[in-house]
Ligand binder design. Structure first.
Ligand code: XMP
Length: 516
């Protein structure tokens, strides 16, 4: 069985980063909210080690989160980070107090002891940068613990009970601003907890295939392909697991990128020989969008139409017992939210949302344990072409949200050509992988220009390229001016219908990545 580490979430903004670091060291781990982790949960999960995350609450108040007491008596190594350290100390007989000296951001620890966590990384007398974010601090250690590092604001920046293999750090080893953080976490999982670190994509592939076979048996599975990384990797993995029991459905909404529909059909039907129902529903989508200008209405129409068309296509394909989805781990983590209340909807997202309810089929989600870059690694492991595996994200509603104002086939065709030129130039300049997402937007304004000796009155187009790590925040990509000039020149010369090109330099926030 795969060895696994349990991360108990107390609501920190960076809990997912703990999971990232642990997985990068070759150890499988899962995040679960603190209130779900009790004795029975621990017995079933059988962790090799436990990490308690940080969190926004204060241990000095009653009714704030606590760790299940069984965590400390299970006999497996435990590492408490920030709030996790504080609650561990408080629960085991130490003391925590609110402090006037709050520490946020960069701090320096003085290493004044040795412990398993520091093995081969930090030595007695060293001084190292760490990242802090806390108000409260531990002022009295629980019995059995000794301090091993201090900062100005935290007398117990790191504490250890090597005998019981219990550790606590006030700083955040999971963030990149703690330069040795990953090495410390690796010491915890490998040296202290004895994990082998054999969580690789090759191992995952074998396990995932066995799991799909066990779940599906002789049943039929239908999988929607979007042309993106997640659904493509899911489909190829499923095909390897159950062969002809898989049928894929690809819907051409009329809002895809240039040649995208042909490429998907060629790759899956042609190269992989996967049964594929490809449906050109562009007339239906474009008819429903006719004259609609409100961004949210467009999104709703595209989402609802997709469900109808997919349902039809599924029937044509002979029906199925299971619906496969490329759901990823960030979508399924039930993180603790302290924000309170529902958050405002900025955009209603459309992937295949709503399909499971409508189709009433059991779900197969072979990627639900993976982060995005792990899906890419799995795609490479499965031999998918690099061009697909490394592809920029593309929104479910496609070009529908890149044509502000009314959408038409004519406008989508113009946009497709401009977009393709922009991407081609980005690839040629070797910049594709340095950019999170790049695309063109067709603006609903016509401007006057002069070409040859004639007056033109055509659309303006905006180029957008951003860097980001998760799509939540983003900055515009600082292209050289001659690059932008070259792209603008090509678009205006080669795309009939566009006579002006602008570059969008808005960051997110306050902008969003897509224009609608
Ligand atoms: P925004 O525009 O909200 O986009 O800054 C953040 C990221 O999400 C993508 N996006 C979508 N992805 N369905 C998706 O699967 C959608 O409806 C959708 N809307 C935006 C966007 O391309 C960017 O990567």
């Amino acid at each position: 069985m795969t060895e696994r580490v349990l991360i108990v979430d107390f609501g920190s903004q960076v809990t997912q980063l703990i999971a990232r670091r642990v997985r990068e060291s070759g150890v499988y781990c899962e995040i679960h909210p603190f209130h779900k982790v009790d004795g029975a949960f621990l017995a079933a999960f059988a962790p090799k080690a436990i990490i308690l995350s940080g969190g926004p609450a204060s241990v000095t108040e009653t009714d704030t989160p606590r760790a299940a007491p069984e965590i400390f008596t299970l006999g497996v190594p435990v590492l408490g980070i920030c709030y996790g350290q504080q609650t561990m100390m408080a629960q085991m007989g130490g003391r925590v107090e609110g402090s006037d000296h709050r520490e946020f951001g960069r701090a320096f620890v003085e290493v004044d002891g040795t412990c398993g966590l520091f093995d081969g990384v930090w030595s007695h007398g060293d001084r190292h940068q760490v990242w802090m974010s806390h108000g409260d601090r531990v002022i009295e250690l629980a019995p059995g613990f000794r301090p091993v590092a201090v900062t100005e604001g935290a007398p117990f920046a790191a504490v250890a009970d090597d005998e019981k293999k219990l550790y606590g750090v006030q700083f955040h080893p999971e963030v990149v601003h703690t330069p040795h953080g990953a090495a410390l976490l690796r010491n915890f999982t490998h040296t202290i907890a004895g994990c082998r670190g054999d969580w690789t994509m090759a191992a995952f592939r074998e396990q995932a295939i066995a799991k799909v076979r066990a779940q599906v048996g002789k049943g039929r599975v239908i999988c929607g392909l979007s042309g993106g990384v997640d659904s493509s990797v899911a489909a190829v993995l499923l095909h390897e697991a159950i062969g002809e029991q898989l049928v894929c459905v690809f819907v051409d909404t009329g809002l895809l990128r240039l040649n995208e529909a042909d490429e998907v059909v060629e790759l899956f039907r042609g190269h992989y020989n996967i049964p594929l129902v490809a449906k050109d529903a562009s007339d239906i989508f474009l008819a429903k969008l006719d004259g609609v200008t409100d961004p949210e209405r467009k999104r709703k129409i595209i989402g609802a139409t997709f469900i109808d068309v997919f349902d039809e296509a599924a029937k044509e394909a002979g029906g199925a017992d299971f619906l496969a989805q490329g759901t990823l781990y960030p979508d399924v983590i039930e993180s603790v939210s302290f924000a309170g209340g529902p958050s405002v909807t900025i955009k209603s997202h459309h992937n295949v949302g709503g399909l499971p309810e409508r189709m009433k089929m059991a779900l197969v989600e072979p990627l639900r344990e993976l982060f995005k870059d792990e899906v890419r690694a799995l795609g490479r492991e499965l031999g998918l072409p690099e061009r697909l595996v490394g592809r920029h994200p593309f929104p479910g509603p496609g070009l529908g949200v890149r044509i502000p104002g009314a959408v038409s086939r004519e406008r989508a065709d113009i946009l497709r050509k401009a977009d393709a030129i922009f991407i081609e130039e980005i690839r040629a300049a070797g910049l594709y992988d340095a950019i999170w997402q790049a695309f063109a937007v067709l603006l609903p304004v016509q401007t006057v220009g002069v070409m040859g000796d004639a007056r033109t009155y055509d659309f303006a187009c905006a180029l957008r390229a951003v860097t980001s790590t998760d799509g939540m925040t983003a900055d515009y990509y600082p292209f050289a001016h001659d690059f932008l000039g070259r792209v603008a020149n090509r678009i205006i010369n080669e795309v009939r219908g566009i006579n002006r090109v602008t570059y969008d330099i808005t960051s997110k926030p306050p902008g969003t990545i897509e224009w609608e």
